[in-house]
Design a protein around this ligand. Structure first.
Ligand SMILES: Nc1ncnc2c1ncn2[C@@H]1O[C@H](COP(=O)(O)OP(=O)(O)OP(=O)(O)O)[C@@H](O)[C@H]1O
Ligand SMILES: O=P(O)(O)OC[C@H]1O[C@H](OP(=O)(O)OP(=O)(O)O)[C@H](O)[C@@H]1O
Ligand SMILES: [Mg+2]
Length: 283
């Protein structure tokens, strides 16, 4: 069977998480900063380490079969690729931001103003949709510095904590798009068995990240209350303890409302609660 190629970012915001995800999928490969291609020893796959801007086109053109890249880059490069899986990391928003002392208070005030960005295509579309005519200043980085230098009236750049905006005297003004890292593939490749296998492995790792394995002790009298509080899984495992009328309950609970659930389990009489990370959940 043909060896697949997956393109990931060589260095930068998505590199570490992309490598970690693939390693958690059980793929063995060397991650030398100097090598741009790395064979996987236990799966017919090669890893290409690239600038993130090139990844969507490499996938579209068939040079790589799969890629891990931010949605912002896909939208900006305007390629045709398949979104196979959202990956839950590299979360950020593309925003228009203005100086703290700017007199711009309404989107329409951007008419006739200049906006510096490294995302001219996405910004152009956004302005067109909102019927705004601004001058787009396409620069290649350090966008946040532009208003202070008098190069532009506003900027359009990625924001996550907002720290970079703040330290450059800027404030967010309008949301253009939100983004996260996604796994992409080529149209028509959906039935490839190796791609399906990889997607399944990735999904099992992501599912496991969203949940915790919990073991708790409970008196039998309180078991019905506990059962009412436990979510989704088919049925918890109940194991008798050496102490009469006590049982251990083994279950899986979602990370998102973890503390609220633990607190209600305690109120229902749960004791000795042990929480463990889950490596994979295979359905
Ligand atoms: N502050 C942030 N927080 C979270 N995710 C971010 C942030 N900034 C960027 N990202 C996401 O990570 C991706 C890579 O960001 P990075 O800054 O490493 O890109 P780059 O400098 O263009 O890298 P390259 O050298 O590969 O071209 C972005 O395209 C975006 O999807
Ligand atoms: O809201 P914050 O958490 O401050 O993050 C926003 C910053 O992160 C990104 O740049 P990055 O630090 O990746 O550097 P780069 O511009 O060299 O890619 C982005 O271009 C912003 O400058
Ligand atoms: Mg880039």
């Amino acid at each position: 069977m043909k060896t697949l190629k997956i393109a990931i970012q060589k260095s930068g915001r998505l590199n570490e998480k992309s490598v970690e995800l693939l390693k958690n999928c059980g793929l063995n490969f060397e991650n030398y900063k100097s090598s741009l291609i790395s064979p996987v020893s236990n799966f017919p796959l090669e890893i290409l380490f690239l600038r993130d801007d090139d990844i969507p086109e490499y996938v579209q053109d068939g040079i790589a079969d799969l890629g891990i890249v931010g949605e912002n880059v896909i939208q900006e490069t305007e390629v045709k690729v398949n979104y196979l899986q959202r990956l839950g990391f590299g979360k950020c928003s593309l925003k228009i931001a203005i100086s703290n002392n700017s007199d711009i208070t309404d989107l329409q005030h951007l008419n006739g103003k200049s906006i510096a960005t490294t995302y001219p295509a996405i910004l152009g579309k956004f302005l067109k949709e909102n019927k705004i005519q601004s001058e787009i200043r396409n620069i290649s980085g350090s966008v946040e510095i532009a208003p202070g230098l008098g190069l532009a009236d506003a900027i359009c750049d990625l924001v996550s904590t907002g720290g970079t905006l703040k330290s450059n005297g800027l404030k967010p003004f309008a949301d253009v798009m939100s983004s996260e890292a996604v796994l992409i593939g080529r149209n028509g490749d959906e039935d490839n068995i190796l791609i399906q296998e990889l997607i399944q492995r990735i999904q099992s790792v992501l599912r496991a990240k969203e949940t915790k394995y919990v073991v708790l002790n409970i008196h039998r009298d309180n078991l019905p209350k506990i059962m009412d509080l436990l979510p989704g899984v088919k049925s918890p495992t109940i194991v008798p303890l050496a102490e009469a009328d006590w049982v251990a309950v083994h279950t899986v609970i979602p990370e998102r409302d973890f503390w609220a659930r633990i607190s209600s389990l305690k109120q229902a009489g749960a004791e000795g609660i042990v929480v463990m990370p889950i490596e994979k959940i295979i359905l």
